[in-house]
Design a protein around this ligand. Sequence first.
Ligand code: EPU
Length: 431
Amino acid sequence: MEKLLIEGGHILSGSVQVSGAKNSAVALIPATILADSPVTIDQLPDISDVQTLCRLLREIGGKITFHDNTLIIDPREMVDMPLPNGSVKKLRASYYLMGAMLGRFHKAVIGLPGGCNLGPRPIDQHIKGFEALGAKVTNERGAIYLRAKELRGARIYLDVVSVGATINIMLAAVRAKGQTVIENAAKEPEIIDVATLLTSMGAKIKGAGTDVIRVDGVDTLHGCRHMIIPDRIEAGTFMIIGAAEGRELLIDNVIPQHVESLTAKLLEMGADVQVGEDQILVSKSRGSLKSADVKTLVYPGFPTDLQQPLTSLLTQAVGTSIITDTIYGARFKHIDELRRMGASVKVEGRSAILSGPAGLEGARVKATDLRAGASLVIAGLIADGITEIAGVEHIDRGYDHLMEKLQGIGAYVWREPLLDEEVRESLKEQE
Ligand code: EPU
């Protein structure tokens, strides 16, 4: 068990290469279960969520190799093995095994998903979709049992716009009989990426990226080669780092359209952001940063996954800023930690209210979830002195070689083993 240490206050410059998108990766890997020959995925991020999913696919009989960010999955000998416990509990995206295994085997047993603790995260819309396609779904001792004699296309209206439910229903529907229509579908770029992979595998999908997706079922799907999209949240995290401490920080391998809502916010705050074709150059504002009001929304609105990282930057803005999370109203576990570092911020309902600028000081803090971790890293880069961040395993779930990438742009950041008493503290908290 390790902690991350950061000595703040250094100017960051040079270039950073964005990795493949975590939230695509965790859906693309389960999607390969639906093929009847090997699938190759290029540019996958080297993160622990990807490793956990590879372990799960090996458990059900998949043959997998992962070298230089290229994953080859041979799904031919996979079986419909129940996965009620173990690694499935480690990541939220294990719910995609439900749609993919249901689609291929017409049955699946998957433990209720774990992942970041952001308050209640129901999966009722996923289940509503599976049932509409003809599956019987039950919850038995913390695992979801899905069974279907056959899957038949259906018209499904999502009551809540959900990335997970949209993708999961696509996975279950691509090999169903007849047409499935998903209405009020989510429009995130990761959904288009999954639809692109499935289409290369032989699926018939129209409308991915709009709020109505039509899937015409096919009998079989075949292997293919797919290149994952860049991670817009990782790109956004580095853009915020650039606005905090950057001097011409070049963020390479970005689809600028995917981060437009953040670009607009950073410009509004006074940061210098120059957008190229697949690169973005960010520098800290010459004057003081202006305060801003931000509300997270479904894509193309401001992403909830950048709410926590942006909060750290807002501690440096002059005046009062308000950041409201309409997607996850309890995604505020980073706030107490930021306060420990000297931020002036309070939570009211679904909003964090900040007054700044605050002089942040290095402190011992804890990442309780992935993006809280990113937020503390940004605060650590800004703060005077040394910040020690425990809970690094959360950061490793979703950021590919974050420490090395930060070192590459001039940050003073390193890892150290947890002290015995810190290990005891951390184990006590997990009980
Ligand atoms: N919701 C329901 N019922 C459902 C599904 C969702 O009420 O059946 C609600 C959720 O509680 C939430 C909202 O709908 O309030 C949106 O949830 P969504 O299903 O879109 O989220 P998700 O698919 O579980 C993905 C990402 C999250 C990201 C959200 C929102 C993955 C594996 N996770 O979660 O990523 O925050 O979409 O964009 O793709 C992260 O990367 O740190 C992360 C948490």
